[in-house]
Design a protein around this ligand. Structure first.
Ligand SMILES: [Zn+2]
Length: 303
């Protein structure tokens, strides 16, 4: 059984994936905020360990998708957590005594939707996860697209506004500073939205009731998202953008503005107009993507 982890800034989900790619069990927990990477690691290991014990299974390998800048299994810098760096693959290997691979969480999501949801439909894709932060990953027929410094491209930190809103990465004007849970809530309040609305889900319900501030907040988010997607398209021309993460469930509220900004920002002559689709896999995508990476990394050892 492959142990899998989806590590976000606020939630961690652990799962077990069989050799034939079935997610047989999973459980998620909110992460207690802590600046201590060791405590965070203990939390993650306890979650996976308890799942293994409950299901009475034996692990053959671990695949994890995690937030942050990742190289060679280590989280070098995590912008949205209090702790900042962690040698995660090595730590998992020591704790569970099996080989472990750690990739960027957006890469895990992209592998999941590419191999388990859209493989027959598209030759490649750009996956974007809209949640506490904005994760992004590109995948082509040759596999994950890497930056020239061999990390996952930091799509959430494309600059969309000079001198703009502060971002968790320490910079300002990043796409993530306009397309994330916090950005949506901030702009909802700025447009005079009710203080009783505490989550993007609440704001979406308000949108459905015809709330003006909610409509404006989602339109603003959509415009920035579309602008960001047009930059990605002008560089890499993915045939499709696959959206996931909690905020993608409110697509009806922001997609019209996103499509419009995307069309406006695309340079003529690059290629056919990209499609935008919403993943239906939810948390399964990242877990199956992480398992896929573990199988590709340790395939022969698992047999
Ligand atoms: Zn940033």
């Amino acid at each position: 059984m492959i142990g899998v982890l989806d590590i976000g800034a606020t939630n961690v989900r652990a799962g077990l994936v069989s050799e034939d790619g079935e997610l047989v069990a999973s459980r998620g927990r909110l992460v207690p905020p802590s600046a201590d990477a060791r405590k965070f690691l203990d939390f993650v290991c306890a979650l996976l360990g308890s799942l293994v014990a409950t299901e009475d299974e034996e692990l053959t390998a671990i695949g994890a998708g995690s937030c942050g800048v990742i190289r060679d299994g280590s989280i070098l810098y995590s912008p949205n957590t209090l702790w900042k760096s962690l040698a995660l693959a090595e730590a998992l290997k020591v704790r569970f005594q099996v080989p472990a691979v750690v990739i960027n969480d957006a890469d895990a999501f992209a592998l999941g939707v590419y191999h388990f949801e859209f493989r027959d439909q598209f030759s490649g894709l750009c996956a974007l996860t809209l949640g506490s932060g904005l994760g992004g990953s590109l995948i082509s027929e040759r596999g994950l697209v890497r930056s020239m410094s061999d990390i996952s491209p930091e799509i959430g930190h494309i600059k969309v506004r000079e001198g703009g809103a502060r971002c968790g990465c320490g910079g300002s004007g990043c796409l993530e500073a306009y397309v994330s849970k916090r950005a949506l809530m901030d702009s909802y309040r700025r447009y005079g939205g009710s203080a009783d609305m505490l989550s993007p889900y609440d704001v979406y319900q308000a949108f459905r009731r015809g709330d003006d501030a909610a409509e404006k907040a989602f339109t603003t988010l959509g415009r920035y998202l579309g602008t960001g997607m047009s930059t990605i398209y002008n560089l890499f021309a993915p045939p499709v953008f696959v959206l996931g993460g909690g905020i993608s469930r409110a697509a009806r509220a922001f997609l019209p503005a996103a499509r419009q900004a995307l069309s406006k920002g695309i340079m003529k002559g690059i290629g056919p107009r990209p499609r935008i689709v919403i993943s239906k896999m939810r948390s399964r995508a990242s877990l199956l993507g992480a398992a896929h990476q573990a199988r590709s990394s340790f395939g022969t050892m698992l047999k």
